[in-house]
Design a protein around this ligand. Structure first.
Ligand SMILES: [Zn+2]
Length: 241
């Protein structure tokens, strides 16, 4: 019995040993290597593709000022009634991106009753601000240029790319503008219509782009907006003051 058992154990051990020594055939090993190699290549490709597709948006956009950008007030000839106070290029309110050919002039109201053009310009210049307009017109009719006309402002959503934007100050919550503000607006519109060879239909409201109630008064009083456009067109034809 003892002998038989010993023999069986030996056989088992021998069989185990034999099994241990058994190596996968060369073909099988090659396929495993091939699969591993392909997986590595595929993974690397996916990582590279992901980097190319998603990375640029995750990284802050590089702040580049086009070679043609007006960095200093004296670089461009503007009427002397325009007070040039350019805000800093900070990647948000002023990205330093070149504007496309200007197709429309977009009007806005500041929605902060009683604030001055200077206060609104300074707000745009604040590092926390993500908005801006090319111009702000104040309660006394003062006109401040905040963003060079050859750059995009951050006011009119999808139309930032091809519109010049004007923010208008107002004394109260009705959003109605003072006579001085409106007179300056007509003068500025006449200048811009002439500069870009546009006509009165190219004066638009923020409302016309996104449906936002901006400028509130010209949304609630479309007749006042139509009159403004006619006045701007007449001022352009009558010559610039
Ligand atoms: Zn607006």
């Amino acid at each position: 019995m003892e002998t038989k058992t010993a023999v069986r154990v030996k056989e088992k051990q021998s069989s185990k040993k034999h099994n241990n020594q058994k190596k996968p055939p060369c073909g099988e090993k090659g396929i495993v290597l091939l699969i591993v190699s392909l997986s590595v290549v595929l993974l690397a490709s996916l990582v590279l593709l992901g980097y190319l597709i998603f990375s640029p948006e995750e990284r802050p956009a590089p702040v580049t000022v086009p070679a043609t950008a007006t960095e200093e007030p004296g670089d461009e000839t503007l009427p002397d009634w325009i007070d040039v106070q350019l805000i800093a290029v900070d990647g948000e309110s002023r990205r330093g991106e070149a504007i496309e050919a200007v197709k429309d002039i977009a009007l806005h109201y500041v929605a902060n009753p009683g604030t001055t053009a200077q206060q609104n310009r300074n707000y745009f210049n604040n590092p926390d601000s993500t908005v801006s307009a090319h111009f702000v017109i104040g309660l006394e009719g003062e006109v401040i240029l905040c963003v060079p006309l050859n750059e995009k402002s951050s006011a009119t959503n999808a139309r930032n790319r091809d519109t010049v934007s004007i923010e208008l100050c107002h004394p109260d919550a009705t959003g109605r503008f003072t006579e001085a503000t409106e007179a300056s607006l007509i003068r500025l519109l006449a200048y811009l219509l002439d500069r870009y060879k546009l006509d009165e239909e190219n004066i638009i409201r923020h409302y016309d782009v996104t449906g936002k109630l901006c400028p509130l008064y010209y949304v609630e009083h479309p007749e006042a907006f139509e009159k403004l456009k006619r006045d701007a067109d007449a001022a352009r034809k009558g010559g610039l003051s």
